[in-house]
Design a protein around this ligand. Structure first.
Ligand SMILES: Cc1ncc(COP(=O)(O)O)c(C=O)c1O
Length: 418
């Protein structure tokens, strides 16, 4: 059984209560101080010949968060035509946006006219870019043959991953590029989310070996994936240590090859995960007898924090005001009519319950679900069981709460039905 730590160190009990009074629960709260601090750490990443830090906006595309990172000079990794649009609305310049999409873009001509940067993620995409924009400088995403993720579902490299062009096909990449007069200016790899830093380092070398075979490449993009331990027992990557390794690799590459490569990295999780919490309410407490389980039902679950149901991901849970109460082994579940709506599964195993040893929750308690800045609002199962999309709030450094997005209304839920 896991001992559960505090859900969100940045949110006091009084602030959490203020959130509930003003915005209702469930409600996402983001910490501006934490967002900026993470961005500053990432901006210090080792890059001897220039660094572009792209925010992988898939982690959390809220305009309020995009605005924070834009002000700090970050650029954007967009994963769909729609994310490109959202980044533009948030004020990013087209040339700050790199589109890296599984889906061949339906708006290539428009992107090209505006100056959006394109990353060809398959030979089919490369052909399409070549036809639409012959002679253009582009990026190519390769699968270097190695991947690593916190689970198999977030591993995006190696033979079991469909992302990028398999490294053996470099000859085809060159042939397609030559046929359309494309210059491959950027080589991109992203091997997974929650990556083992040692594997990330090996993939760096494999990526540079590919760059060595592409004489026009001036920029290497090593993707994101930096692991963040949401729970205290989970490791968090030492980004400065990985950065100093990459610095050494880039310097050695220059010695070998002569090229001083500019570096891009594109973290999502690292920038936002720990700066988010869901403020929720315990709405019921039930149990299944003396040999069964004690369940605390919350008004949040897979609707706002889907990762536990999907991956068995671990998020800290905190019962506000519970200190001093008798502890109990508690399984936290969400409000959906779905046995998979479990907030505390066993680590890495969404099929198994993972009770937490915590003060026994009571109906009406405030409960905080931490580590909810990345892939929570973005991946929520919006409107399952017809629960409305939860609001998002920014906690400002002076303690003010600013509403970023209001709770979806019932009318909005039905708006597109004929
Ligand atoms: C191409 C690409 N870059 C960056 C990221 C960000 O990964 P993370 O949030 O693990 O840093 C992802 C995540 O899926 C991705 O697909």
């Amino acid at each position: 059984m896991t001992l559960s730590p505090g859900g969100a160190p940045f949110l006091s009990a009084a602030k959490a209560e203020e959130v509930r009074q003003r915005f209702g629960t469930p409600c996402y709260v983001y910490d501006l101080v934490g967002l900026e601090a993470a961005a500053r750490r990432a901006l210090a990443f080792g890059a001897p010949y220039g660094l572009t830090l792209r925010y992988a906006m898939k982690a959390n595309p809220s305009r309020g968060i995009l605005g924070v990172f834009r002000a700090l000079g970050l650029h954007i990794d967009a994963s769909s035509d729609w994310e490109v649009e959202r980044a533009l609305v948030a004020g990013f310049a087209p040339e700050q946006i790199l589109l890296t999409s599984q889906m061949p873009s339906r708006r290539l001509a428009e992107h090209i006219a505006r100056g959006i940067r394109l990353n060809a993620c398959s030979l089919h995409q490369l052909e399409a870019v070549g036809r639409a924009a012959p002679g253009r400088a582009i990026a190519v995403r390769m699968n270097p043959g190695l991947g690593s993720g916190s689970t198999k579902r977030t591993n995006t490299g190696g033979p079991a991953a469909s992302f990028g062009i398999w490294h053996d096909y470099l000859g085809d990449v060159k042939a397609v590029a030559a046929r359309h007069g494309l210059t491959i200016r950027t080589l991109h790899t992203h091997i997974g989310s929650g990556t083992d830093p040692e594997v990330w380092k090996r993939a760096t070398r494999m990526t540079l070996d590919l760059v060595a075979q592409l004489p026009d490449v001036k920029v290497v993009n090593l993707g994101g994936g930096f692991k963040v331990g949401r729970m205290p027992e989970e490791p968090t990557v030492d980004i400065a240590e990985v950065g100093s390794h990459v610095r050494g690799e880039l310097e050695a590459f220059r010695e070998r090859d002569g090229r001083a490569l500019s570096l891009e990295i594109e973290p999502g999780t690292y920038l936002v995960a720990q700066a988010g919490v869901v403020v929720a309410t315990c709405v019921d407490v039930v149990d299944t007898g003396k040999d069964g389980y004690l369940f605390a039902k919350l008004d949040t679950g897979m609707t706002e924090v889907t990762r536990p149901s999907l991956y068995g991901a671990q998020h800290p849970v905190d019962v506000v005001g519970g200190a001093g109460r008798e502890p109990a082994a508690v399984v936290f579940v969400g409000p959906c009519c779905e046995s998979g709506d479990v907030l505390t599964p066993a680590p890495g195993d969404p099929e198994t319950l993972g009770p937490r040893w915590l003060p026994r929750p009571r109906i009406g308690d405030l409960v905080l679900v931490g580590g909810a800045g990345a892939y929570c609002s973005a991946m929520s199962t919006i409107n399952y069981n017809s629960y409305p999309q939860a609001p998002e709030v920014m906690l400002e450094p002076d303690g003010r709460l600013t509403l970023l997005r209001q709770r979806q209304t019932f009318e909005q839920m039905l708006a597109n039905e004929m």
